[in-house]
Ligand binder design. Structure first.
Ligand code: ADE
Length: 248
């Protein structure tokens, strides 16, 4: 997969992309990330890329020309599945969207700043608008980094254990069960007995029950939606009906 990021601040990606899973996936050639400094496409003196809004109003607007030139150049070199603009009024990012985008070959991410981009960019060039949450960031860079991370970790071969992306919270609309590691006891705080029992069937049942209970407690709106799906409702009832006495 190839991701091209168009930004006024390429340095902002140094941190998130040069560590951990993203770095490893780049080193393994599973993903290519190309940063494009928008100022390099400016035709203006002093490489400016923004201007005052027609009709007045506070804040500068990112101009159409440098963005169009950059996208045009990229599109002349390869086909893109989506040209994404990161914006607080876009479609809310969730696991299903990350899953879908992880199947793409080539993506362009456009990061906005100031008052936003000239509307014609959204109308004529952008194919998808994504928000990472209902709050306003200073620019699209952090949102692009979040989106990129959520996509890359799903590409086969990126995570060491192929199943671990599938067992992420939200992958099946449930929050992941709690996890523990050594020591078994710390300051009198115990690991649940069932996890030390070696009984794989009971462990799996416990994990499912914990997932249901956590989702119900922490994200009741997701739980409700899930319970509306009949088959899952049945799964939940089966799970809770089995009266287990696991120690917490
Ligand atoms: N740009 C500014 N705020 C944003 C948000 N919440 N999501 C995506 N892009 C943004």
């Amino acid at each position: 997969m190839r991701i091209d990021i168009i930004t006024l601040f390429p340095e902002m990606f140094d941190g998130p992309f040069n560590h951990s899973i993203i770095k490893r996936s780049i080193d393994k050639n599973l993903v290519e990330i190309h940063l494009h400094d928008l100022r390099n496409y400016s035709l203006k003196k002093h490489k400016s890329v923004d201007d005052y809004a027609f009709g007045g109003g506070a804040g500068m607007v990112m101009m159409i020309e440098p963005i169009d030139k950059c996208i045009e150049k990229l599109k002349s070199e390869r086909d893109y599945n989506e040209i994404i603009y990161l914006s607080p009024d876009g479609e809310l990012l969730g696991q299903p969207m990350a899953n879908k985008l992880s199947l793409c070959e080539n993506l362009i991410l456009l990061c906005g700043h100031y008052k936003g981009v000239d509307e014609r960019i959204r109308e004529y060039l952008i194919t998808k608008e994504i928000s990472i949450g209902n709050y306003v960031l200073s620019g699209g860079e952090l949102a692009a980094a979040v989106l990129t991370d959520s996509i890359i970790r799903l590409i086969p071969g990126v995570l060491g254990d192929e199943t671990s992306a599938l067992s992420d919270s939200f992958q099946d609309n449930l929050i992941s069960p709690p996890v523990y590691t050594r020591p078994r006891e710390y300051k009198g705080w115990q690991v649940p007995d069932v996890l030390l029992s070696g009984n794989e069937k009971e462990i799996q049942e416990w994990k499912l029950e914990q997932s249901f209970e956590r989702t119900k407690q922490k994200r009741p709106e997701i739980f409700k939606a899930k319970m509306k799906m009949n088959s899952l409702n049945k799964e939940y009832l089966t799970c809770t009906r089995k009266k287990r006495n696991y120690q917490k």
